[in-house]
Structure formats: C-alpha cells, structure tokens
Design a protein around this ligand. Sequence first.
Ligand code: GDP
Ligand code: MG
Length: 451
Amino acid sequence: MAVKQDLRTPIVSVMGHVDHGKTTLLDRIRGSTVAEGEAGAITQHIGATEVPIDIIVNKCGNPDLRNKFIVPGLLFIDTPGHHAFTSLRSRGGSLADLAIVIIDINEGFMPQTIESLQILKRFKTPFVVVANKIDRIHGWEAQKNAPFIVSYNKQADNVKAELDRKFYEIVGELYEAGFNSERHDRVSDFQRNIGIIPISAMTGEGIPDVLMVLLGLAQRFLEGNLHYNANGPGVGTVLEVKEEKGLGTTIDVILYDGTLKKGDMIVVGSLGKPIQTKVRALLKPRPLSEIKAEEKFKQVQSVTAAIGVKISAPNLDSALAGSPVRVVTPENIDAISDEIQNEIEDVQIDTDAMGITIKADTIGSLEALVNELKKEEIPIRKASVGDVSQRDIVEIAAIEDPFYKVIIGFNVKVLPDAKEKLQDSDIRSFMSDIIYRLIDDYEDWAKEQKE
Ligand code: GDP
Ligand code: MG
C-alpha cells in the first residue's frame, strides 16, 4: 500500500504538565534527525514540525514498514507555552488528530496531566502516554536513541525494577483517571488500552517507539478523518496572535483543510464581530541553511493542509487564539462570518440566570473551564474570553448572593482600572493557570462559607 494522495498529515499535539519535557521531546524528534544529516527532509513550519513517513520508518530501523502506512507523515504542533492545549480546537472538536501526554516518570501525575487527559477524553482523541526522563532513574545506563526495549534489556536488574515500580505508579494513576493502560509493547488492542512508552527526551531512548506507536494509532483510528480536499478553500485554527517587527499583528495558523493563497479573502474569529481581511503575505520560517538572510521569514504564494503558517494581513489586532480562520468568496463571506461568530458565542454564553462569572484567555480554555464547572454543578452566570475589566467588576458587584459574587479567571490578568475596583469590593476572585486549582479553591471557599 502506498501513500494515498487524499489523506492529509495527521496533526499531533504534545500535552502535559509544565517541565515534564514537551519542548525537549519535540527538539529531540527534530534534532536527532538533523544530526543524521536529514535536515532537509524535516520541514519546520510556523508553530509545527512535519516529519515525513520515510524519516519515521528509517528512524525505526525498518524501511520495509514504508509500505504499511498510508499517512504521509506526522505534523507535530509546538504548543505555545501556557496556551498549552487550550487553543487547539476546531469546529467544536479538537484540532489535534492524535496526542502525546508526557509525564515525568519521577514525578508522576500533576494537575496539568489530569487536565490534558480530561480534554482528550472529552474530544475522544486517540493518544499515547510517554513516561519521560527514564535516564534519571538511579543507575540508568543511557543507550542513545535506542528503542526502549533494547535499552531496558541492557540495564541492571535493580534499575529495571525501579523503572517498573515508577511505571506501575503511572498505570495506577491512569486507572484512577478512568483509563486502562499497559506498556506499549504489550498492548494488543489500542482501543481498549492506552500504551505507555518509557522514554528519555534527553538521550532519545524510546523515541523510535513513540513515532511507531503514533503511526499505528493514525493508521487504526484516523483513516476516515484524514480525507480532505486539497483544492478546496483553506480552513484552519489560530494558534497564536503575535506582534512581528515590521509586520504588525500576525496570526500563526494551523491549516487543517484546503489551500490558502496570498491575496485570499479570509474571515478570522475575534471577540467582537469576526474580522474580514485579505492575506497580505504567507510566511514560513527560513530554513537553517539561509540563516544569514536578514528576514526571519520567507514568503510563499500558497500553502495546503496540514501545515503551520504565519498570516500577515490588515486588522488582525483583535484576532482570538483558538478561533477559526476560513477562506471565503464575496458570495459566502457574510454567511461564514455569521457561522464563525455563532461558534464563538456558543462558548461565551450567559449560561444560568444566576451564578459565578468566569474569564479565560482563549475560547478553548473557556470551553474547558465551563465544562469542568458544569461537571461540579457550579452555576455560571457569564463566561467570556479576555482579561478582567472594570465592567466585569461593576456587574459582579451588583450581585447580592455572596456565593455568586465571585470571579474565576484562567490565564487572564485583572486590568489596572479593574484592580482597584476589585480591591474595594467584596467580590471574591480566583485566578490561576490550572483549571483544577480554580475549581478546588472555589469549592473549598464555598464550603467554608456555608459552615
Ligand atoms: P516543558 O515545559 O514540558 O516544555 O519541558 P522542557 O522540555 O522545557 O523540559 C523541562 C526540563 O526538563 C528541562 O531542563 C529539560 O532539559 C529537562 N528534561 C526534559 N526531558 C528530559 C529527559 O528525558 N531527561 C532529563 N534528564 N531531563 C529532561
Ligand atoms: Mg516547553
């Protein structure tokens, strides 16, 4: 079976708690192949890295596998810092076709690990867990870039035992989170069991396994979802809104369907009315070989999914991370603008007549927060994207029920003029970049008040 032309590259996101090794893992996937003189084959996108199938099967040491797989490669999203998973949405689903949840094997589950799993469960995204930093297990003898089992078999018995012990703690924690799991090489049915791959992003041990398991998951679960229309209008998701010197505000977009061209009319989601604008330039990172060139980016005329690209266009200041981007025609521009506006407003709803007020930095994170609060049956009066403003405070101050005189903010700031008003008020505020902490803190506080 050869690569079918009508299947696009699956999009893979790397999720997990801060410092558990997301960036290092992506660097390793990129870097080790560069070291092998294959730099030209890995394509660095804006916000993403594409690894073609040939490289993957070579890295796995078995080029014959080439004919077994139907996807053209894997596109790894470099999830921007604190935005973590929350801007990775598309049409109410997940932008990522597959995910890696990375866990520091020496530290185990942390709040953002649980958060990642909740989101994957909600979107039914197939994923694999990697238990990272095995090289830090006492006595570990690193075997650079080796498949896990090769490296494991070379360790002393007490080192193996220590790895197994830490490993089964993760199996236990996953079980408590509602997932059956097993070491990846022992999983026979990935539909029923989550595979856990012990790796070191530092030494490269287990990386070939990660690539193979991802291809396997893509093959088994995604074929039906990866059909796309390369010649159709471009559809994507805003990963990040960024100021660039000389360009003004730009958006970094993951295109997951169709083609986007310079000069296209596009509609982009924003906090108010969707932005209607025209693509001034499409930008990709300059290859390392051209590093002496003055500009950071290189212009291209058109891009086809799946790909990461920077869009320069007028009026992007109010663009919203996590919102849709769509190529439009004069005939459908208004209809599509309405669709996008509805999609964003569906999340920013006045849910209950009375309840708490919540704010978050992206629609994806707002959606996640709304979901978790609903699970706990905490009523929400208003949910919206953006920093806490003076208007928010004035509205909440008018609420009489002390249980609802509350604002919860995820990854947002309190604007300067709102800060003073908030301090002078009897409004209770909870701010954090961890959803669980916000909910726990609120519930603890509410319980205390009732007593
Ligand atoms: P992120 O916050 O999830 O992106 O985590 P980073 O990739 O930035 O890693 C956090 C720290 O852990 C850095 O100092 C890395 O060098 C280190 N680190 C990541 N992976 C490994 C690993 O496999 N082994 C060891 N020893 N350190 C690692
Ligand atoms: Mg990082």
